[in-house]
Design a protein around this ligand. Structure first.
Ligand code: 4AD
Ligand code: MG
Length: 430
């Protein structure tokens, strides 16, 4: 008999199949027993009618405990009332390994209780749906870049460069030498872009954030693209295409997960190309009109991003920030050097920044000046300056935060649910 994944039961209607998984839940009403089985790909309800079932099997289905590992045989039935559209008439049940007193019962638990048991919490249908969507998003990103001839060039995790400011560095002892965990792969991707043209890196990055918000992790995943011969405008176009591509993929592939999460998909379907764009200066004016106490030169906090992004159904680009509040490598706008040719992409529904990016300084003198202004050690950046000394070109790129994107698409309250094992200010375990 064929072992099948629950997500593919629809291909086997009226056939007898085997499923290998765990018992998620069970219900009983005397003459009929229901066992809900999960296998990682989804979940399905199995039905046993006392009068039509072998008594031993009927007994076993009543005795099996939550999260025991089980092999179940059954005949696939169409069932329009089931979330997935299918059910199983159980013909066999084998307990592979019993579970006893599973700590996460089916009643409500506090989030700290669940976070302490994250290794088990991820088995629940909501968490598993989020992780399946995360996987689809990461695959969509890889496909997007592959289809557009980008080269995946991995960047180091151990580095000596503070690329995104010195306040969020995780310092490590590299055999007696001081090093850091990478905050970004960008500077290395600028080098690989000069070698390979259009590149991306995709991996974990680290920031010793002191803030405890629903948007901040200390370890998160970022995909960063970097393109030689690319300007600010072309950079924005690629970003909006990527985000749109991700949304379409999830809508197509993860409708059942979105349903499990009770995500309002109308909100995702409303995302349209091109995305709106407003300059930082326009955004400041808008915030002031809304009665916010905000001056030109301030950086946006989460509440400001929320006000701005709530104006639109699609994500919005805020471009041309003041140079002082952005990273050292951002290229000044030739028409107004107080601001840089960079943009953040703010997701709707109050989710805020999911992408940061921009055109890079390509002039070695200006770059050297910026390093000084930012108190960064010039000797460490000599190789980075070489990129401007030997065939410098206009180039641009961006970084998209995976967890923030997953949180938005899934409609999560907190990024901690967007990664299998979150690292936060007060959470290092499990
Ligand atoms: O805006 P950031 O800091 O940009 C960079 O690191 C650039 N070097 C990227 C580039 O141009 N190649 O970070 C990029 C994105 C943010 O927009 C946000 O989505 C996410 O990374 N991010 C975080 N996500 C979770 N927790 C944190 N502490 C995050 N910090 C940034
Ligand atoms: Mg940013």
């Amino acid at each position: 008999m064929e072992t099948v994944l629950i997500k593919y039961l629809g291909r086997h209607v009226n056939e007898e199949v085997q499923i290998q998984g765990w018992l998620f839940n069970k219900r009983s009403s005397g003459k009929i027993r229901f066992i809900i089985i999960r296998d990682g790909s989804g979940q399905v309800q199995g039905t046993l009618v006392k009068s039509e079932t072998d008594p031993e099997l009927f007994e076993l289905a009543g005795a099996v405990a939550q999260e025991s590992s089980i092999r179940v045989k059954g005949i696939v039935r169409e069932e329009p009332r089931a979330p997935s559209g299918y059910e199983l008439t159980v013909t066999g049940l084998e307990i592979v390994s019993p579970a006893k007193d599973y700590p996460i019962t089916l009643k409500e638990h506090g989030v700290e209780f669940l976070a302490d048991r994250r290794h088990l919490w991820i088995r629940g249908p909501r968490q598993a749906s989020v992780l399946r969507i995360r996987s689809e998003i990461e695959q969509a990103i890889r496909d997007f870049f592959y289809e557009r001839d980008f080269i995946l060039a991995d960047t180091p995790i151990i580095t000596t460069l503070a690329a995104e400011g010195t306040t969020t560095l995780f310092e490590i002892d590299y055999h007696g030498e001081k090093a850091y965990l990478a905050q970004t792969g960008q500077l290395y991707s600028e080098a690989t872009a000069m070698a390979l043209g259009r590149v991306y890196n995709f991996g974990p990055v680290f920031r010793a954030e002191k803030s405890k918000t629903r948007r901040h992790l200390l370890e998160f995943w970022m995909v960063e693209a970097e393109m030689a011969y690319c300007d600010h405008e072309q950079n924005l176009k690629l970003q909006e295409e990527l985000v749109y591509y991700i949304i379409q993929r999830v809508l197509k592939k993860n409708w059942l997960e979105l349903k499990t999460l009770k995500r309002d998909v109308n909100k995702l379907e409303a995302v349209k190309l091109p995305f709106p764009r407003i300059s930082y200066s326009e955004a400041v004016k808008f915030l002031q009109e809304q009665g916010e106490d905000f001056k030109w030169g301030d950086d946006f906090g989460a509440p400001h991003e929320t006000i701005l992004s709530n104006k639109y159904e699609s994500p919005v680009f805020v471009h041309r920030y003041p140079a002082e509040i952005k990273a050292f490598y951002m290229k000044p706008d030739p028409e107004d050097p107080k601001v840089v040719l960079g943009a953040d992409l703010l997701a709707p529904e109050g989710y805020g920044e999911i992408i940061g990016g921009g055109q890079r300084i390509d002039d070695p003198e200006l770059l050297q000046q910026r390093l000084k202004e930012h108190n960064l050690p010039e000797e460490e950046f000599q190789w980075y300056l070489d990129l401007r000394r030997y065939g410098s070109v206009p180039h641009a790129g961006f970084g998209l935060g995976i967890e923030r994107t997953v949180a938005w698409i899934c409609g999560l309250e907190h990024v901690r649910e967007a990664i299998p094992f979150p690292r936060m200010l007060y959470r290092l375990r499990p």
